[in-house]
Each structure stands twice: as C-alpha cells, then as structure tokens.
Design a protein around this ligand. Structure first.
Ligand code: PLP
Length: 391
C-alpha cells in the first residue's frame, strides 16, 4: 500500500507513549493519577443535558442538518452581544464547527496554499501547527517566553517573514502557558495584521476560565478585528461538552463564507440535537459556567499551594484549566521528569516539549481531577521524594 507524503508530517505523539506506561502501571495494580490530557471531568449542567435528551427522542431530528439552523446562528449572535459586546450578523458571520479541532484543519484549507507561511506560537496547542501543516503550510514559530509573560513579541518577527506570512494563529488565555494577554496585545495584533495583510485566527477556548474575579474578552471586541480575522469559540470547556464536539467560527464575513463553502462539500452539518443543546447552553442559565470556573479555581489553589508546600514553588495561573510549571532541578528534560514522576509517584503530567521546542523545561498539569484527588497527587509526589533528587 502507498500512503500520502502528508502522513510523514505526523508521528506518534508522546501521549501514546505516556498512555502505554500508564496502562502498564494500572495492569500491575498500581494507582495512577492522570493530570495529562485536558479532558474535563465536570459534568454538563442538567438543563443542557435535558435539551439534548429531548431532541434525541424526536424522530424527526435524524435527518442531515445540512447547515446551521437560523435559530442557532441567531443564538450565537445573541451570546456574543451579551457576553462580549460584539455585534455580528448571524447569517454571514457564524459557522458551526465539530469542535475547534476540526475548524483548525478546515479553515487552514481555505487560506493556505502549498508552501505558504503561517505564524504559530511555540509552545502551542498542537493542532495550531497541524492544521496549517495539513494544508501544506511552512511554519514560522513565534516563541512564548516567560520573561515576556508568554505574550508574542511582534517586533521580533523579521520583516521578510511578516511580509510573506498569510495566516497567524494566536490564543489567549493560552494553552499550555496559561497566560492572558493585555489589551495592548490585541491592538498591536490588529495593526500588525493590517500592515502585512495577514489573516488572524484567535482561539478563545478559555475565556470563561479566568480566575480571581477577572473577565476574559473576545478578540472581536477590539476595533478592526473583524476586518482581519475570526475567532474560534468552543463549548468544550465552558459548558463541559468536550465529547459533544461543538464549536463556532465567528467574525470576518469573507473568511466565514469560504469556510461554509468548503464544509458544504463534505460536511452535512451538526446533528440537530446538538444544535439544540448548544442553544440551551449559550442562551440558558449561566450559573453552570461560574460553578465550573470556581471548581477549577479551587483545584488550582489545591495544586499550587500543595506543591509549593513540599518544595516545588509554582505560581498560580490567572486562567485556563492548566498549570504551567518549570521542572524541578535535577532533571535534564521535561520528558525525563514526567517519566520518572509516573514511575515513582504514579502521577501523570504532560512534558512541555510536547507543545514545541520552547516548552522544554516545563510541564503542563491539567486540573482534570477533583480537589481531593489533586491533594492525593501532591501527597504521592511528596512520598516519592522525587523533588529531593538534587539535594
Ligand atoms: C487551545 C485550545 N483550543 C481549543 C480547544 C477545544 O477544542 P475542541 O473545541 O475541539 O474541543 C482546546 C481543548 O483542549 C484547547 O486547549
């Protein structure tokens, strides 16, 4: 059999290796606390599940949706108006996605030709790079550095790179670094995109997981954003609907029109009961969003306070469902630390290098277990004495 050269772009991820190690430990009857992949364990709110169950029981809902119902795109426009004070045309500026992941691949297909230059952050959520790569892009990595609070530095992008770039992917609150960007970042981003005629894709998956009373914003709420780009917003984390695969691409009309056109050729739209659940989620009672945020905030405190108390000093993140921490001293790489941690303490984290070269030296810890389990993880790390390696 002969497969496409495209497949050479992808290798088995470190997640596969970590999962194998985890399964081996479990088979040996050992306990593993998994803080690696960002799958929320918070259940969706009752009223959302009720809307989904009701719609699933309706026999007429099993036809091809073909496209988004007008009531869905209207609901999205109302959500954006109320939550972010952003005005959009529901007929022209919204396209549903089977989760943002799908959107990254398909949006890139509409913009990128073979060899086109795409700017992506390093470290980044892997599909930011994989989507454009599938479309044939050449990538230029914009480093996210601690000394810059993990904010992209536009002045560091060489002029010839900026001139050649066609698409730029950015995302704050950021996975994996957990950083949020100041307002000035967005005004600079829009000016940069206009100057060099670059399309911007802002991923806003974590705008509702911003802690300590701060509030996440939309890229589209900044003047000029609608002229240069789009925003992805996902119901996966905000409404704990990760498995339902519901996301939206919102913003620039031309970009949305092309995305809809491409998708209409191979995609028969979102299952109608999921459209009902999405509407219920974004227009219904928002108490569940606050409850989810508070539960991640409590987990964050338990983890950071706990690890700091046993000698691994970690700053509390302002946002997301992750903690981004420098690896303890005595280890040469984030993978080495993660493998040894799993082996000795039975706690699984993601090596920062899985997110790009600038992720080396860090680990990402996902707050995907209950507070009590996180406290147990801290206890197991303490008992393993792994933090004393260098002393
Ligand atoms: C940065 C980022 N974007 C988007 C998503 C959500 O993706 P999806 O809507 O495909 O579930 C995640 C989930 O982990 C993420 O970390």
């Amino acid at each position: 059999m002969k497969f496409s050269k495209r497949m050479n772009l992808f290798q088995e991820s470190v997640f596969t290796k970590l999962n194998e190690m985890k399964l081996k430990k479990l088979e040996q009857g050992e306990n593993v606390i998994d803080l690696s992949i960002g799958t929320p364990n918070v259940p969706p709110a009752e009223h959302i599940m009720d809307a989904l169950s009701y719609a699933v029981a309706d026999r007429t809902n099993y036809v091809y949706a073909i496209k988004d119902q007008s009531k869905l795109t209207y609901a999205v426009s109302k959500w954006y108006e109320e939550r972010y004070q952003v005005h959009i045309d529901p007929d022209k500026q919204v396209c549903s996605l089977h989760g943002s992941q799908e959107g990254f691949a398909n949006l890139a297909m509409t913009i990128v030709d073979e060899g086109d230059l795409v700017l992506v952050p390093d470290p980044c959520y892997p599909v930011f790079a994989d989507g454009p790569l599938l479309a044939g892009a050449t990538l230029y990595y914009m480093p996210l550095k601690k000394e810059n609070n993990y904010v992209i530095q536009f002045q560091d992008i060489p002029e010839d790179v900026a001139k050649k770039a066609k698409l730029m992917i950015v995302s704050y609150p950021n996975n994996p670094t957990t950083a949020i960007a100041p307002d000035s970042f967005y005004t600079d981003l829009i000016a940069f995109a206009k100057k060099y005629d670059i399309i911007v894709l802002h991923d806003n998956a974590y705008s509702e997981l911003v802690f300590d009373g701060k509030k996440g914003k939309s890229f589209l709420s900044f003047e000029g954003a609608m002229e240069v780009g789009v925003e992805f917003n996902s119901l996966s984390k905000t409404y704990a609907l990760a498995g339902a695969r519901i996301g939206f691409c919102i913003g620039n009309e031309q970009i949305i029109t092309n995305l809809k056109k491409l998708k209409s050729n191979f995609d028969y739209g979102m299952f109608l009961p999921l459209q009902e659940a999405a509407m219920k989620a974004i227009l219904g009672d928002q108490t569940c969003v606050k409850t989810t945020r508070l539960s991640y905030e409590k987990r964050r405190d338990a983890l950071c306070d706990g690890l700091s108390s046993i000698g691994w000093k970690i700053n509390k993140p302002d946002a997301t469902m992750f903690v981004w921490a420098s690896i303890p001293s005595g280890f040469h790489s984030s993978e080495e630390f993660v493998f040894e941690l799993l082996d000795k303490a039975g706690v699984l984290m993601t090596p920062g290098s899985a997110f790009g070269a600038h992720g080396e030296g860090y680990v990402r810890i996902a707050l995907v277990q209950d507070k009590e389990v996180i406290e147990q993880a801290v206890e197991q790390i303490k008992k393993s004495r792994i933090l004393l390696k260098n002393s």
